[in-house]
Design a protein around this ligand. Structure first.
Ligand code: ADP
Ligand code: MG
Length: 139
């Protein structure tokens, strides 16, 4: 089934000029980038986006990292896009990520792990709506 998922290229990656390299992995996996914008997240945006992790010990550091420098927010479209992008990203901890995944190739640490991808179709819809209007998504 054709799905849409939400992706963020995180500050650790934009800082190292890896936007194009990461997009190449995304596209090679058969996912189409149907919306994309470079933006500096406000603290309020980052806090809201990661509010499910508000009680976790790394929340403050995560919000600080996500707002430190610009990110690239994206909508990816393709067959089984949500799970496919989770596979393409690799495990949260890059030491556990499979060969060829974005996080294995580019992540610096479990915190600075280069990309975000939605974990369910339901959350993908919620996350896309936080950053894009329907007319900005050209499938
Ligand atoms: P994922 O991004 O793979 O869905 P989570 O939703 O569990 O992972 O966590 C959200 C983000 O929080 C991670 O991508 C990472 O940037 C950060 N994070 C998760 N666990 C840790 C940790 N133990 N220490 C530091 N940062 C973490
Ligand atoms: Mg997650």
């Amino acid at each position: 089934m054709t799905e849409r998922t939400f992706s963020i290229i995180k500050p650790d990656a934009t800082r190292r000029n890896l936007t194009g390299a990461i997009n190449a992995v995304i596209e090679a996996a058969g996912l189409r980038i149907v919306a994309q914008r470079r933006v500096k997240l406000t603290e309020a945006q980052a806090k809201k986006f990661y509010e499910v992790h508000a009680e976790r010990p790394f929340y403050g550091e995560l919000v600080a990292q996500m707002t430190a420098e610009p990110v690239v927010v994206q909508v990816l479209q393709g067959d089984n896009a949500v799970l496919k992008y989770r596979d393409v990203m690799g495990a949260t901890n890059p030491e556990k990520a499979a060969e060829g995944t974005i996080r294995k190739q580019f992540a610096l640490s479990i915190g600075e792990n280069s990309v975000h991808g939605s974990d369910s179709l339901e959350n993908a819809k919620i996350e896309i709506e936080q950053f894009f209007t329907e007319d900005e998504i050209v499938g």
